[in-house]
Design a protein around this ligand. Structure first.
Ligand SMILES: Nc1nc2c(ncn2[C@@H]2O[C@H](COP(=O)(O)OP(=O)(O)O)[C@@H](O)[C@H]2O)c(=O)[nH]1
Ligand SMILES: [Mg+2]
Length: 286
C-alpha cells in the first residue's frame, strides 16, 4: 500500500480529570509520546493548587469547574468536550503520574485494530501490583471486586479499577455516561454499561506506581467505592432480569441529550431527530 492510500491515523485525544495535580502534571505531560496524541484536555475540579496555571503554561486546553463535582462529574465534562472535537479515540489519563503515559500507543492499539471499544490498562496482568506500592487492602479489594465483576458481567478481566483507559468514539457516542455517578463509582458504571451495550473490552499490562501525590483515596472512601461498585452490579442483574429496568443500561446518549447537543457532539446525528421523550436530569458543563 502506498502512502497515499494508507488509512488516516485515528485522532487521539487525551483527557485528564484533575484535582490538585500541580506537583505531577508536568511529569505526566512530559511522558506522553510525541506524534501520537492530537489534543490534550484537562478538566480542573476546583483544585486548591496551581493545577490550572501549570496546565495552561504547558499549552494544554483547560476547562475549569467552578464547583467541585467529583471524579465522575469531572469525567463527564472530559468526554463531552472530547466528543465536541473530532476525536476517534479518547484516552483517560490521571494527571497524578500514577500511570505510565508512554504506553498510550499500546493502550489505543486494540481500538485501532477494531478488536475492542474499551481498553483497560491493567496493573494485574503482570505480578507487580504490590511491589509497585499498592496498599494491601486496595490489592485485596481490587481482586475481590474484579472477581465479582467478572462473574456478573461474564468477562475475564484482570482489573476493573484502573484509571488508565481508552475509549472509542463509537462507545462514547452510545453510552449514556452523563447518567452515571459524579463520584468514583463512575469508573465501575462505565464498565457495566460497556458490557450492557455489547461493546468489547481489551486489556494491556501497565506497571503499578503508588506514591504520596498519586493517591488520595483513603480506606473510608475505598469502602464507599467498593459498596457502590457492588450496587452497580446489582443494578445490572436487576436490569437484565427485567426486575428493575435501568435507563443507565438501556438509553443511549443520543436518546437523552437535546437536539442541539446531538448536532454538536455526535459525528452522525440520528436521522429521527426528535426531542427525547423523557429527558433525564442532566447538566452540561459548557
Ligand atoms: N474531580 C475530582 N477528582 C478527584 C478528587 N479526588 C481525586 N480525584 C482524581 O481522581 C483520580 C483518582 O484519585 P486518586 O486519589 O489518585 O485515587 P487512587 O490513586 O486510586 O488512590 C485522580 O486523577 C485525582 O486527580 C475529587 O475530589 N474530585
Ligand atoms: Mg491516583
Amino acid at each position: 500500500m502506498s502512502d497515499r492510500t494508507k488509512p488516516a491515523a485515528p485522532r487521539v485525544v487525551v483527557v485528564m480529570p484533575a484535582y490538585n495535580a500541580a506537583k505531577t502534571i508536568e511529569r505526566t505531560y512530559a511522558d506522553i509520546p510525541a506524534g501520537v496524541v492530537n489534543q490534550i484536555i484537562l478538566v480542573d475540579d476546583m483544585s486548591q493548587d496551581e493545577t490550572v496555571e501549570i496546565a495552561r503554561q504547558l499549552g494544554i486546553e483547560v476547562i475549569v469547574h467552578i464547583q467541585n463535582r467529583g471524579y465522575g462529574g469531572n469525567q463527564k465534562t472530559c468526554y463531552l468536550r472530547a466528543l465536541g472535537t473530532d476525536a476517534d479515540i479518547v484516552v483517560m489519563l490521571h494527571p497524578d503520574y500514577q500511570y505510565d503515559s508512554r504506553l498510550i500507543p499500546e493502550l489505543i492499539r486494540p481500538i485501532q485494530d477494531g478488536r475492542a471499544d474499551l481498553v483497560l490498562g491493567s496493573r494485574f496482568l503482570s505480578s507487580g501490583a504490590l511491589a509497585g506500592g499498592m496498599p494491601l487492602y486496595k490489592f485485596i479489594a481490587n481482586r475481590f471486586l474484579t472477581i465479582a465483576e467478572n462473574l456478573v458481567l461474564r468477562q475475564n478481566l484482570s482489573e476493573c479499577h484502573t484509571g488508565f483507559r481508552a475509549y472509542s468514539r463509537r462507545l462514547l457516542e452510545t453510552l449514556p455516561f452523563i447518567l452515571n455517578s459524579d463520584d468514583f463509582v463512575f469508573d465501575s458504571q462505565i464498565i457495566v454499561q460497556t458490557v450492557a451495550f455489547g461493546f468489547k473490552i481489551a486489556e494491556i499490562a501497565v506497571p503499578t506506581r503508588y506514591f504520596k501525590e498519586a493517591s488520595s483515596v483513603n480506606f473510608q472512601r475505598s469502602i464507599v467505592y467498593g459498596l457502590a461498585t457492588l450496587s452497580a452490579l446489582a443494578e445490572y442483574i436487576g436490569d437484565r432480569a427485567n426486575l428493575r429496568p435501568s435507563p443507565r443500561l438501556r438509553k443511549t446518549l443520543p436518546q437523552i441529550i437535546s437536539r442541539y447537543h446531538r448536532q454538536r457532539l455526535l459525528r452522525v446525528p440520528p436521522t429521527n431527530d426528535a426531542e427525547p421523550a423523557s429527558p433525564y436530569p442532566i447538566t452540561l458543563e459548557f
